[in-house]
Design a protein around this ligand. Sequence first.
Ligand code: NIG
Ligand code: FE
Length: 415
Amino acid sequence: MTHTLIVINIGQLVALSSGPVPRTGGAMGELGIVEDAALVAVDGEITWIGSNDDVEWAGANDILDVRGMCVVPGFVDPHTHLIWAGSREREFEMKLQGATYMEIMEAGGGIHSTVKATREAPEENMVISAMARLDHMLAAGTTTVEAKSGYGLSAEAEVKSLRALREVDKRHPSTIVPTFLGAHAVPEEFKEKGADAYIDNVIEEQLPAVVGEEDGPLAKWCDAFIEEGVFTVDQGERLFEAAKERGLGIRLHADEFVDSGAAALGAKVGAASADHLAASSDDGLEAMAAAGVTATLLPGTPFVLRSKDYARARDMIDKGMAVALATDLNPNCLIDSMPFVMTLACLQMGMTPAEALTASTINAAQCLGLDEQVGSLQVGKRADLVVLDAPNHVHLAYSLNRDVVRTVVKDGHIM
Ligand code: NIG
Ligand code: FE
């Protein structure tokens, strides 16, 4: 039986449907707004968008009257660490006493403490906690979520996390895009042997286990934390070349605290996205722009670290780069709301509300290779959309702590 949803009385429909993808420069501010619109979706796919006066009512299973409010595409969150066990509230207190992120990590906390808890957790517990996080994300309008492993750091524990993510994707309405992040940190048992020996392990044991899974590869992307004190550009390049040979696309944590040339590495290896970029040099950014690597910015991270060093979003947009936004949801940064990230992007990085929305939808979809399916509202795409409790999209960033998301539709179903 087919299922038909009709959305009527849309005061402002943000379609984001025309022009080249990803959107760069001035085009990041062009939203393709349709006034007084209606939308029809059949079996989860948008089949018609037009004037509210012309909509065909026959055969509708669900009618959603949005009473003049604004409708935007479902948000795409292209950088999360969705799957972990344990929690790190003690480190929140340490940060308030002045400890830095890298100090906590070097003292065995941070990623290491989450690795310990994740290795011990049964797979089913990880599935359940990740689904609870996804419920909050969906309620805040996020319908597609990139999710990284990276708290296992062994073939067995990385595979467990990625299998849990595959199960989450089956059970939860949200769409999950899985990323293998075996190179997130050097685990304790490799402290003496060092990062090079650990990268050998990632390449020789973890990668084959991840892509060789019986029901197909457990990940679409390979990521690594390229940062002073974690992994070098050379180690990253070695891993990324091996991952490409095994059919994975590349994205990376680049220059979060120190410029170690990671942005340029992203350009060199043909990454879809380089993320963080708070410390990247002009040269690194220009190399990314020339190679067409999307800059995924995570303003929640400096916010929770009490840092003033935000990525230079305005320079990046002026250089003609494609910018995307993401939460970076992880146990150090418990931000699951894209509207909150849009607020930070505007207030702390000087983006406009329109640019922030583009960065959270079509550009985020493009850097995950999903722009044919999601990220804009047009015929043929998934009916993933967000009804705002507001007459225009600006309220997404403008509204600081009031929930501006009224209703979420995922694959044509009202959530
Ligand atoms: O993107 N910087 C590295 N990885 C994460 C943090 C992970 C953690 O602290 O558990 C990030 O911020
Ligand atoms: Fe991250």
